[in-house]
Design a protein around this ligand. Structure first.
Ligand SMILES: Nc1ncnc2c1ncn2[C@@H]1O[C@H](COP(=O)(O)OP(=O)(O)OP(=O)(O)O)[C@@H](O)[C@H]1O
Length: 625
């Protein structure tokens, strides 16, 4: 029994050993297979990698040799930070004083123009910029130049442009047309122009009207009083007329076009110009309405209620009020294809940029539209800004942007601060009325107004502290010549058109040369000559403005007083003006006597931003207007 048990035990033992051996053998076979599979997978991955590398290999990668930059990079990576800085300093090009200054100007300008361009938010969000949009988004009108002009060769067109000193930039520029009749305006418009003694287009109108009538975007630059208002008003009327004939507007509908102005006074004036023209449309033509939309509450007597009971084909507006109506959905821009920005530099430059951007956002992003920008001055910053925001715009330029009107005789007089008021009375004798007196501050306007009233002068005044009704009343009374003298802050310096102003007196020198150009531009309009007298003294004038003034006078071939002439090279260098240099205007404000580095306008705007003074719809930006 024991032997049998023993035998049984040995058998079981052997059987166990055999099973273990088999298991071990199987495991080792499995491992081998696994290894083989892994090896194959690795081989396949390597093969694939190699194929990808070969397929995507750039020719230069085939070179095994490293290029000098790669070597330098490797070397640089081994360096300490101090060594790297030293090396970079050594590699910096040695710039001359002038080159360094130019580089600095470029950097400042790049920073200043780096803000996002004007475009509907929807368009910006989808990454579509106006200059990249297809031509189906360009507003097209039915207007065509008459055959004799359409068939004009480019050479003929250029020679006509040279004759009128017109400069154009852009593709496929329509020909200049020196006749309103040839511009195919309907009889009521021609009659309305005749009634205002407007028979022949001014140079800016000769070229810019065909551009806008064709439906192209425009950047218009021309000196003060050269008739820019008609360039953006007449095409809007023509477009509204064509649309109304095609499909009359129902109650509450419209507008087809909008003009945005930076001040209520300017909006009021432009609205009047359009209404005067519309009053010549007889029963043979559809009735067109133009709404004036501006702030100022109940006092803004001509401002209309939003269109619920009637249709408005056109709107002239200030940005703040217009934005308000848009946001309250009291007005919409679904049918609007035409938008004009008067004094665009001023609108965009000051606190209105955000309002303008918001207004653009209400325009349908996928429909064609036409944008027209106009200004008497067009600093580089605004030009860049506008070029980014328009569709293949055409720039029409008559004279240097920011240059003074050559029809104005400019006189500069040194008057001590305490003698100014008395001398003012004497100065008023220089010409017959009407005379405009400009001051920087509201309190000076009030003082002069009171003083002249006491002296028996028929005088009225305007500044930002007065009610809207008082402001418009003063403008009307000066315009209809019931008053001989208007004393004003810069609220009246931009764009306002008074007939036959004989003399503009700058009681104090404006802080910026742009304002000087606008102020003196209130005279010498419609081709007539005018006189401008500016009081200067050393208590109130900055060196930069005096240098600007000196160069502006020289450019306009005016007499430069000897004390200004003596402002020598050293002072010119102090304010950054390069005598004999190629560039002689500030790329920020077009001032001819300083550079962007020490631009008084930039300085003021920076300070204003710092103090968080934002412009309101009350007039012209911040400041003591
Ligand atoms: N072709 C023309 N012929 C004669 N007068 C004109 C002509 N076009 C416009 N005018 C008149 O010239 C005056 C100045 O026009 P407007 O106000 O449009 O000038 P502007 O260029 O806008 O000036 P600013 O830059 O000061 O705003 C107005 O009284 C206007 O009626």
């Amino acid at each position: 029994m024991d032997a049998i048990d023993e035998w049984q035990r040995i058998r079981e033992q052997r059987e166990k050993e055999r099973l273990n051996r088999e298991q071990l053998l199987k495991r080792s076979r499995d491992d081998e297979q696994k290894n083989e599979e892994e090896e194959n997978a690795n081989k396949r991955a390597k093969l694939l990698e190699e194929r990808i590398r070969l397929a995507t290999k750039k020719p230069e990668e085939e070179q095994v040799e490293l290029d000098p930059d790669q070597i330098a990079n490797i070397e640089r990576s081994k360096m300490s930070l101090l060594q790297k800085t030293k090396k970079l300093r050594e590699q910096e090009p040695i710039l001359t004083e002038k080159e360094r200054e130019e580089q600095m100007e470029k950097t400042i300008l790049d920073v200043e123009s780096a803000r996002a361009p004007l475009a509907p938010v929807k368009q910006l969000a989808s990454g579509v910029m106006f200059d990249q949009v297809d031509s189906s988004l360009i507003h097209s009108t039915r207007w065509k130049p008459p055959r004799q002009f359409a068939s004009m060769s480019e050479m003929e067109a250029d020679s006509l442009r040279r004759k009128y000193r017109i400069e154009v930039i852009g593709e496929k520029v329509p020909p200049p047309i020196p006749s309103f009749r040839c511009m195919r305006f309907p009889p009521p418009i021609i009659q309305a122009l005749r009634a205002k003694h407007i028979k022949k287009p001014t140079p800016i109108q000769t070229q810019a009207l065909p551009v806008v009538l064709c439906g192209r975007d425009l950047i218009g630059i021309a000196f003060t009083g050269s008739g820019k208002t008609l360039v953006f008003s007449l095409p809007m009327i023509m477009y509204a007329l064509a649309e109304e004939i095609k499909m009359p507007l129902a109650k509450g509908e419209g507008p087809f076009g909008v003009i945005i102005c930076p001040s209520r006074e300017l909006a009021y004036q432009t609205h009047q110009v359009i209404c005067q023209i519309l009053s010549f449309f007889d029963q043979d033509y559809p009735k067109l309405n133009c709404m004036l939309c501006m702030g100022g509450g109940a006092s803004s007597r001509d401002a209309q209620a939003p269109p619920t009971s009637s249709a408005y084909h056109m709107v002239v507006a200030t940005p703040g009020r217009f934005m308000h109506l848009l946001s309250e959905k009291k007005i919409h821009l679904k049918q609007c294809k035409y938008i004009a920005l008067d004094e665009a530099d001023h609108l965009i430059d000051t606190g209105f940029e955000e309002d303008i951007r918001a207004i653009f956002d209400y325009l349908p992003p996928d429909k064609p539209r036409q944008t027209v920008l106009f200004s008497a001055t067009m600093p580089e910053k605004i030009r860049r800004f506008a070029e980014q925001s328009l569709t293949r715009p055409i720039t029409v330029n008559v004279g240097r942007a920011g240059a003074a009107n050559l029809d104005v005789v400019q006189e500069i007089e040194y008057v001590k601060q305490e003698a100014k008021m008395v001398y003012l009375l004497q100065c008023l004798q220089k010409t017959a009325p009407p005379v405009l007196i400009f001051c920087e501050n509201k309190s000076d306007v009030d003082d002069i107004h009171e003083y002249l009233l006491l002296k028996g002068v028929e005088v009225c005044s305007i500044h930002g502290g007065k009610t809207q009704s008082e402001r418009l009343d003063a403008i009307d009374r000066f315009r209809d010549q019931t008053k001989d003298v208007l004393v004003a802050t810069d609220v009246a310096s931009k764009g306002l058109d008074f007939p036959n102003v004989q003399h503009v007196i700058n009681y104090d020198t404006p802080r910026e040369i742009e304002n000087y150009v606008h102020r003196i531009g209130r005279t010498g309009r419609r081709g007539k000559t005018g006189l401008a007298t500016t009081f200067v003294n050393n208590t109130q004038c900055s060196e930069a403005i005096l240098m600007d003034l000196k160069h502006l006078l020289m450019e306009a071939r005016q007499v430069v007083p000897s004390f200004m002439m003596q402002m020598g090279e050293q002072q010119e260098m102090n304010v950054g003006y390069r005598v004999g240099g190629q560039r002689s205007v500030c790329s920020y404000c077009s001032g001819p006597g300083h550079s962007i580095i020490n631009c008084p306008k930039r300085e003021r705007e920076k300070n204003e931003q710092f103090r968080k003074i934002s412009a309101t719809d009350s007039g012209l930006g911040g400041g003591d207007y």
